[in-house]
Ligand binder design. Structure first.
Ligand SMILES: NC(=O)c1ccc[n+]([C@@H]2O[C@H](COP(=O)([O-])OP(=O)(O)OC[C@H]3O[C@@H](n4cnc5c(N)ncnc54)[C@H](OP(=O)(O)O)[C@@H]3O)[C@@H](O)[C@H]2O)c1
Length: 208
């Protein structure tokens, strides 16, 4: 199974590095293919990098590590992503990071599903700061990653990737529950950036 990571920013580079280090076949796609190739060379472990369309073509799972307003561009550049599993990690935040631009009756994940109707969108990682992606930054804590999606097989594949990254995948129900996960991502941004907790903050759901 090949995982494409689109975007070489904080989350893209962190997820690519984490999963490549765990033995996953990673292809990185960027608007700037040279940047993706350079990141892949830095990561090693057989990672490759190039353009967005080329990376997406090779992959079964495509992680869209792109800011929410630009995700439509990335999907178009990737050729539509029909038949692929899309991992949506986004929080549709305002420019000041203090609120969401989408919510209550829809979510970024559901809007992305509309942009790529023949893909299977799975929400994951939106409550995890990039700084918590390296396993060593978690200092032995099992940090939860909430996974929502309508296709159980796709959700299982993404949950397996989450577990490979040494996170605890939490089945969070259908994709429409992203309406509730994205606000959790936003309150985590408040804790991390505006209420003094720092970027090792992450939500933990207690169960008996
Ligand atoms: N940062 C966090 O801690 C965090 C935590 C949870 C979720 N998220 C979510 O993760 C996503 C990425 O966030 P980030 O912090 O990694 O952002 P970032 O560091 O700003 O990186 C975003 C990347 O998006 C790509 N991009 C921008 N415009 C594009 C376009 N028109 N077409 C294709 N690609 C485009 C760029 O990749 P190239 O330069 O390679 O083209 C850019 O590096 C966002 O949706 C965010 O809400 C972030």
């Amino acid at each position: 199974m090949t995982v494409a990571v689109i975007g070489t920013g904080k989350m893209g580079s962190g997820i690519a590095k984490l999963l490549a280090g765990k033995g996953e076949k990673i292809v990185i796609g960027s608007r700037d293919p040279a940047k993706a190739a350079q990141l892949a060379a830095e990561i090693g472990h057989g990672a490759e990098g190039g353009g967005i369309a080329a990376a997406a073509k090779l992959a079964d799972i495509v992680v869209l590590a792109v800011t929410y307003p630009q995700i439509g561009d990335a999907i178009r550049e990737a050729g539509g992503l029909a038949g692929k599993i899309i991992v949506d990690i986004s929080n549709p935040i305002t420019e000041d990071f203090k609120a969401l631009t989408v919510g209550h009756t829809t979510s970024a994940a559901e809007e992305i599903q509309k942009l790529a109707p023949e893909a299977k969108v799975v929400k994951a990682f939106n409550t995890i700061f990039a700084q918590l992606l390296p396993a060593e930054s978690r200092e032995g804590r099992k940090v939860q990653v909430f996974v929502a999606g309508d296709d159980e097989v796709a959700k299982k594949k993404v949950s397996d990737l989450v577990a490979k990254g040494e996170f605890e995948p939490i089945d969070s129900g259908p994709l429409s529950n992203s309406r509730y996960l994205e606000p959790v991502g936003e309150i985590n941004i408040w804790f991390g950036f505006f209420l003094g907790w720092g970027t090792s903050a992450a939500p933990a759901w207690i169960k008996s």
